[in-house]
Design a protein around this ligand. Structure first.
Ligand code: SF4
Ligand code: SF4
Length: 64
């Protein structure tokens, strides 16, 4: 139960990072990643993954 970021599409704009309720999005060396072990797909907090909601690139964040 986790989302993942397609590295080929992500521009590391950082928009998704502050929206994550579980602080599962990190950017290191210019690459933004979702920590699968703590991503809950926002279940219980929002009706839709917040990272997907704010990401400007369609299809960039998908189910892992
Ligand atoms: S789906 Fe929710 S918990 Fe998972 S990375 Fe995106 S915002 Fe964070
Ligand atoms: S909002 Fe989308 S493009 Fe921006 S860092 Fe997050 S996953 Fe990458």
């Amino acid at each position: 139960m986790a989302m993942k970021i397609d590295a080929n599409l992500c521009t590391s704009c950082g928009d998704c990072e502050p929206e994550c309720p579980t602080a599962s999005i990190v950017t290191k060396k210019g690459i933004t990643k979702i920590i699968a072990s703590s991503c809950t797909e926002c279940e219980g907090e929002y009706d839709k993954p917040q990272c997907v909601k704010v990401c400007p690139i369609k299809g960039c964040i998908v189910k892992a």
